[in-house]
Write a protein that binds this ligand. Structure first.
Ligand SMILES: [Zn+2]
Length: 207
């Protein structure tokens, strides 16, 4: 059931979304859209979360991918409760959980990263994002946005890292400076592979 919903491209009513992520930059006339369901377990304030979504949407837009954003748990979306939180039926969905301190401590054995990807679900460790924002002197929304995009990248591309761009294994001060300037993006090959990953999610339902 879950996989059906996540990959669903069947004709159906458009879902209610909290806010759109803008149209993708046209690449070859193709339009691809990904829905991102954010489960805000860390209770990140709405003002920060909205900036996070706008910044992450911009990163995906530069990769030729439009985004829709929902904020609720997967279970809530499945049951359409609260109203307005409904899984889309026409585009693939990636789930992102933003974990609070207590949850994040369970994953302290990880490599010190800001997040991880498990069974295609992306996780962002909010306390670590806060620490990086403080250390680098950048807004927390900026760190959350790029971490979210990186982990969604893993969901679509797999576990490996790349030498350049947003899918680097470690984001250093120089990368956070680029991020602050809006220039830490998926590289063209990464963007191509992301779009291919979305097409693969769409393809089985299109037959
Ligand atoms: Zn990674």
């Amino acid at each position: 059931m879950r996989q059906d919903l996540r990959n669903n491209l069947l004709a159906g009513a458009l879902c209610a979304v909290l806010w759109p992520g803008g149209q993708p930059i046209a690449l070859g006339g193709e339009s691809l859209t990904l829905a991102v369901l954010i489960d805000n377990e860390a209770h990140v304030p709405q003002t920060i979360l909205k900036k996070t979504q706008l910044q992450a949407a911009d990163v995906f837009r530069h990769a030729g991918i439009g985004t829709r954003w929902l904020e609720c748990s997967f279970q809530e979306a499945e049951h359409r409760d609260p109203p307005g939180c409904q899984l889309p039926l026409d585009v693939p969905v990636v789930i992102v959980k933003i974990l609070p301190k207590a949850e994040a401590q369970r994953w302290s054995g990880l490599d010190g990263g800001l997040g991880f990807c498990l069974s295609k679900d992306a996780y962002v460790l909010f306390p670590r994002a806060q620490a990086v924002a403080q250390r680098e002197g950048v807004p927390i929304s900026l760190v959350l946005a790029h971490t979210l995009a990186h982990e969604v990248g893993h969901s679509l591309l797999g576990a490996g890292h790349r030498r350049d761009g947003l899918m680097r294994g470690v984001l250093r001060t120089s990368e956070w400076r680029l991020a602050a300037a809006g220039q830490l993006l998926f590289t063209p090959p990464e963007a191509r592979d992301l779009r291919e990953g979305i097409r693969k999610l769409i393809a089985p339902q299109s037959l």
